[in-house]
Design a protein around this ligand. Structure first.
Ligand SMILES: NC(=O)c1ccc[n+]([C@@H]2O[C@H](COP(=O)([O-])OP(=O)(O)OC[C@H]3O[C@@H](n4cnc5c(N)ncnc54)[C@H](OP(=O)(O)O)[C@@H]3O)[C@@H](O)[C@H]2O)c1
Length: 275
């Protein structure tokens, strides 16, 4: 496995860039599955897949934007067939916990006939430092529905470690790693921890799902807002308020706490010049 190159889809994104960094520093031949790579990879253009998969041994499957978007499951099914025809030996797929469409994606990979590992993830801590909530945090608010939500937010540096060992190590085939942080947090606690790390106040702003939808629709259009609000409604019902043991099972250690994440993100300047 290690002798063949590894393709990292979403290689320029939050998890993919971390997985690339880990594999390269360990001496693996990690190839960028990006639309801008020398051999481009585009989920929306199946004509790019075969070329990007040629000579590859294992693939990190990071689907963009999400399995809940129209055509995603059919696209992934097609992709696994192309991967099998290209002689790919192992797929490591990232999915979201408790999402119906993500589970359909997992089933596609599990039935593909290829070696696979499912890395099923809780909410990313980096949503607040690199993702959709970075801008609100810079303005001192966390505007989210789900006031009573308890989510075991995970630091994606842990997730990237799990993905990297699953791509390169033995004993991960057929495993589903339920990856979470070490404790449940609600948004008010998240805001308090961010405030402590940043040295300035961040407040949780409870909003309704309708307001959440309206905000998304204004910036990204109704279709996007419908789908993302649908995911939030589906997963913000308490189903994910339970800790997973994926990090411990894959890595033999506990995941990092959100406080530690927030302190190191602040030190790294992720919220420098916040309002
Ligand atoms: N955020 C969460 O809390 C959370 C939790 C659980 C699971 N997830 C799942 O995690 C995944 C997102 O992972 P991430 O945050 O690491 O990604 P990300 O930071 O959103 O990066 C996505 C990358 O996808 C690439 N991309 C965009 N359109 C593409 C296309 N048509 N074809 C190929 N690549 C494309 C972009 O790279 P280029 O521009 O270079 O092509 C981009 O760098 C999603 O599937 C989501 O469901 C997220």
């Amino acid at each position: 496995m290690a002798s063949k190159p590894i393709l990292i889809t979403g290689a320029t994104g939050k998890t993919g860039s971390r997985v690339m960094g880990r594999l390269k520093s360990l001496g693996f031949d990690a190839r960028s599955g990006s639309r801008k790579a020398p051999v481009p990879f585009d989920w929306d253009n199946p004509a790019t897949w075969e070329k990007a998969l040629r000579g590859i041994g294992a693939v990190y499957v990071n689907y963009h934007p999400d399995y809940a978007f129209p055509g995603a499951i059919a696209n992934l099914t097609h992709f696994t067939r192309v991967a099998a025809s290209c002689g790919i030996e192992r797929l490591v797929i990232l999915t979201g916990r408790g999402e119906h469409h993500a589970q359909l994606g997992e089933a596609v990979v599990a039935k593909s006939g290829l070696d696979y590992t499912i890395v099923r993830s809780a909410w990313f801590a980096q949503n607040f430092s690199e993702g959709a909530l970075w801008e609100p945090v810079m303005e001192g608010v966390v505007p989210m529905p789900g006031a009573n939500l308890a989510e075991p937010i995970i630091d994606i540096d842990d997730l990237a470690d799990v993905i990297a060992v699953s791509l390169t190590g033995e004993g991960h085939s057929g495993q589903t790693y339920d990856c979470t942080g070490p404790r449940l947090l609600d948004f008010a606690e998240v805001a308090d921890i961010l405030s402590g790390a940043m040295g300035r106040r961040v407040n949780y702003l409870p909003i309704s799902f309708d307001d959440f939808h309206a905000e998304l629709a204004a910036t990204s259009g109704t279709v996007f807002a419908d789908i993302v609000t649908g995911i939030a409604r589906e997963t913000f019902d308490g189903r994910n308020a339970v800790l997973g043991d994926g990090v411990m099972r894959a890595l033999g250690r506990q995941p990092r706490d959100f406080t530690e994440f927030a302190q190191s993100a602040a030190l790294a300047g992720k919220w420098a010049n916040a309002a």
